[in-house]
Write a protein that binds this ligand. Structure first.
Ligand code: SF4
Length: 678
């Protein structure tokens, strides 16, 4: 089935076992004081899972080049033990690993270091919220030397290749773009002069590391920034890299300042593949068909990768977050034994959003990611019997983790279908893959022999049943909290689970009380929007399809059935949604005409709608024929007395433990921890 994915390939002199590259991700494991143990374990696990080539998270070529406080520094000997450990660990698993040489330029997050970001020109960065210092001629010479030294060091440390980061708006991309390169010396001006710095980096690196050492270049297929490099300039740069000896081109898309989403759930899988295919076409036309092109961004499933490779327009695929969600992504698919693959949700909550801070990167659907040493996979010596009560994400993960440790597990879920809050989420445009997570857990629990009791609500009379177990996990989730607002029998009122269960029942004018993630998701569902097909998505954003000219078939929403108003007491809608996703969600809601009212008190529900008051006490009526309460939740812990009466040890996880700021990342992480603690 995966004949193209599994075909061995070559990147320069490097033989790669298959066509799947694990793309670079900064993990916040790089700076841990553990001699690289956690980092090595993370990469080794992905090598064991079948990644053909692993590209490390960016390793900064100097302190001012770092993307944040937790970056590794390739030219600092203090970082070499960790970097060497990662390379050795991957090789011990039979894998291949490239070190990404990185310079953030004006995207450097250097707060508290006393350093000022540097860039080709002093153009303010909305992402880093700083204005960089313009690089002098001496700085540029030094930076070239830093890249060269970094490449030679990577080779000495045992790496099989390096990848030079020249995409996503980082330093080399900044030199390429007329938006950020206003120089009038040899490094700026027309497109050929703007290319000269990245090409000089390639020359310096090859000279230092040896011409036989493979150098991949991560280039930007489209910057998605108004006024930036044209398709012709991108093609010319790709050809110049091939002529300069680059071993492969890995094609990214978008800058951190782009106002077009690139990595969120709103982006249909495969949307960006055409940009990599365009680069390949340019290389072929210029007589360089042998330089492999790697497609990346929103390639979420191996079936999709197989289709892209079969099409022949690219040579490798790069998948990054899917390896957080399931390190065995390639191995499972290739073994073809029906093992379920855990699909990345593009939620960014435990990965991209954390990578810009200091918290360790992990994964909502695989909380073991980044914690490989904390949660060993080997089964326990003694198998015990455990009850998991509740089949939401936390309960599912607890049951899976306990069973994977070799225990006998029974899961009790009150509803007729497991999934909890994920059953609501999967209905929301861009969140359809939350349903894939439920399918994964269903198949995995089945494979691991977990007995699942659906429609079985345990109660206070079940202490006897619970006594038959060696322990339990209480994962009963939350109950919606009702606001203290008079008049709610005067109008059609529902809780948010009721609204998700039957959105058709809602009237034409809907007021959603609450402005957290659930309220925002429900509003999005009610807009009637659909996740577009790739060509529709590109057309919506006024983009060409890349290889094949202008896109056709706009996506977008059918005419809205509802007039929707979100009303929140606090000042900020979707305050708990991560920064990489919140702006996309907000712009979608605005685009669909959802009215948003913040900073008000709920006064009363009348026959005509909801009366709210602003901070000065001025009242207004927001007309509605349906009011939905999405005003928070309370932990559901009614089973605690039964557990106490049973006298079994138990752990409470997820919403049942803490309903404030309901958070699926926290819930699944607690579930895994509980399974290992019991
Ligand atoms: Fe994917 Fe979300 Fe996991 Fe990140 S946290 S890898 S986006 S599922």
């Amino acid at each position: 089935m995966f004949t193209h994915v599994t075909r061995p390939g070559a990147i320069g002199r490097l033989r790669v076992a298959n066509r799947v590259v694990m793309g670079a991700m900064h993990l916040n494991l790089e700076g841990l004081d553990d001699d690289g143990a956690a980092l090595a374990a993370f990469y080794a696990r992905r090598a064991r899972g079948g990644a053909g080539l692993i590209v490390t998270g960016g390793s900064a070529v100097s302190p001012v080049a770092a993307g944040g406080p937790g970056y590794s520094l390739v030219n600092d000997p203090a970082h070499h033990p960790a970097l060497r450990a990662a390379a050795d660990a991957v090789h011990a698993e039979g894998g291949r690993i490239a070190l990404q040489l990185f310079h953030a330029g004006r995207y450097a997050l250097l707060e508290g270091t006393g350093l000022t970001p540097v860039a080709p020109s002093p153009v303010h960065s909305r992402f880093a919220r700083t204005t960089p210092r313009e690089l002098t001629a001496d700085d540029i010479a030094r930076t070239l030397a830093d890249f060269a030294r970094g490449a030679a060091t990577a080779r000495e440390l045992g790496y099989d290749a390096v990848e030079i980061m020249a995409s996503e708006g980082y330093l080399l991309n900044q030199f390429l773009s007329p938006v950020t390169n206003h120089r009038t010396d040899a490094w700026g001006g027309d497109a050929a002069r703007r290319r000269s710095f990245p090409l000089a980096v390639l020359r310096a690196v090859r000279e230092a590391a040896g011409e036989d050492f493979p150098v991949l270049f991560r280039i930007s297929g489209a910057d998605l920034v108004p006024g930036s490099s044209s398709q012709e300039e991108t093609d010319a740069f790709a050809v110049a890299l091939a002529e300069g000896g680059a071993a492969a081109l890995n094609v990214g898309v978008g800058w951190h300042e782009s106002r077009i989403p690139t990595v969120q759930g709103a982006v249909p899988p495969g949307a960006w593949a055409g940009y990599a295919e365009a680069v390949k076409k340019a290389l072929c036309a210029a007589g360089h068909p042998d330089v492999p092109v790697i497609a990346s961004n929103r390639i979420t499933r191996l079936e999709q990768a197989e289709g892209l490779l079969r099409g022949g327009g690219i040579d490798f695929v790069s998948m990054a977050r899917p390896f957080l969600a399931d390190p065995d992504l390639v191995a499972k698919s290739v073994r073809d034994r029906g093992e379920p693959v855990n699909i990345c949700l593009a939620c960014n909550e435990a990965c991209i959003d954390r990578s810009f801070g200091t918290e360790r990167v992990s994964c909502l659907v695989n909380p073991r990611a980044g914690h490989e040493l904390d949660f060993p996979e080997s089964p326990r010596d003694t198998a015990r019997r455990y009850a998991v009560i509740g089949g939401g994400p936390a309960g599912l993960e607890a049951a899976r983790a306990l069973a994977a440790l070799g225990h006998r597990v029974e899961l009790f879920e009150a509803a007729r279908e497991p999934g909890g809050q994920f059953r609501m989420a999967r209905q929301v445009p861009g969140k359809e893959d939350f349903g894939a997570t439920l399918r994964y857990y269903g198949a995995e629990l089945d494979r691991l022999g977990v007995r699942v009791h659906l429609g079985r609500r345990l109660g206070l009379g079940d202490a006897g049943l619970l006594r038959g177990f060696d322990g339990a996990v209480l994962a009963t989730g939350v109950l919606p909290r009702l606001p203290d607002i008079p008049g709610w029998t005067r109008l059609h009122t529902l809780t948010y689970p009721e609204a998700f269960a039957c959105p058709e029942a809602l009237g034409e004018r809907v007021v959603l009380l609450g402005g957290g993630g659930i309220a925002v998701d429900l509003a999005h569902l009610l807009t009637g929007a659909r996740t577009p097909m790739p060509e529709g998505f590109l057309a919506e954003h006024g983009l060409p399809e890349g290889a094949d000219g202008p896109a056709g078939g706009a996506g977008g929403a059918p005419p809205a059935r509802h007039r929707i108003t979100l009303v929140r007491r606090g000042a900020r809608m979707a305050a708990g949604t991560g920064p990489s996703t919140r702006w996309v969600v907000m712009s979608q809601l605005r685009g669909h005409g959802v009215e948003m009212v913040t900073g008000v008190h709920y006064r009363e529900i009348t026959r005509d709608g909801v009366v709210v008051a602003d901070a000065d006490g001025a009242e207004r009526l927001i007309e509605a024929d349906t009011v939905v309460f999405a005003t928070g939740q309370e932990s559901e812990r009614t089973l605690v007395p039964a557990l106490r009466a049973a006298g079994v040890p138990y752990e409470t996880v997820g919403g049942a433990r803490d309903a404030s700021g309901l958070n699926a990342v926290r819930a699944t992480a607690e579930a895994l921890r509980a399974a290992h603690r019991l």
